[in-house]
Design a binder for this molecule. Structure first.
Ligand SMILES: [Fe+2]
Length: 218
């Protein structure tokens, strides 16, 4: 009798980086909301610090959504024949990503226009944060279980490798300190374990100190 083996699905540990990413988005969401409260009172240097913080947030979020749309959802979609409810979840994920991009652009434009009123900036930030908060919660509730149960470990490793390849060296250099800003020591170790040893060293001696030295958000 032939033995059919089901390739193992993902464990909690496999989802760690995804979980740490989502908490980094929430961390910066709080920083952005705080910035909205202070907006209009900042000097030029403080405005530059706000732009630097916002840039790290918005570019990381954009990368993350691009990777999900290009690499993660397609793997799952291929396994959802005859499961319209789950297919609808993936469609919702893509639609939510597509709504978040213009909300990012709206905040960008408000920050770039120094004449933009405090009220307007605050409204755009709230609009963006509302979309993001709802999206993260929706993804964790309905899409994480699909990732956990339908993506196999070899597929997960392959898609993580492929998505890292799409980032330039300087994007990776910016991403790891951003991701680990304020993370627990266990989470820092978890993420650094994913990096090849030489990059782990560069993170410690160069990327992270450089990130920490720059004034951002406030
Ligand atoms: Fe995500």
């Amino acid at each position: 009798m032939a033995i059919t083996r089901t390739p193992t699905t993902l464990s909690d540990a496999d989802m760690d980086v995804m979980r740490i990413l989502h908490s980094a988005f929430r961390r910066d969401g709080h920083r952005l909301a705080d910035a909205a409260e202070r907006y209009g009172t900042q000097d030029e240097k403080a405005h530059e610090a706000l732009l630097l913080g916002w840039h790290g947030f918005s570019t990381s979020l954009h990368h993350h959504h691009t990777i999900e749309d290009a690499h993660i959802w397609p793997v799952i979609r291929g396994k959802l024949t005859g499961r319209p409810d789950d297919l609808a979840v993936l469609e919702a994920m893509e639609q939510e990503h597509a709504r978040i991009d213009p909300a990012i652009a709206a905040v960008d434009a408000a920050f770039a226009d120094r004449e933009a009123g405090v009220q307007e900036v605050a409204e755009r930030i709230t609009g963006f944060l509302d979309l993001l908060g709802a999206h993260l919660a929706h993804e964790e509730r309905d899409a994480f279980p699909l990732i956990r149960t339908l993506v196999t470990k070899p597929e997960w490793n392959a898609l993580n490798k492929a998505s890292m390849k799409e980032l330039s060296y300087s994007e990776i250099a910016a991403l790891s300190p951003w991701l680990l800003d304020g993370a627990s020591p266990a989470d820092v170790r978890r993420v650094l374990d994913e990096l090849p040893a030489p990059l782990r060293l560069v993170h410690r001696v160069w990327w992270n100190p450089r990130y920490r030295k720059a004034r951002r958000w406030e």
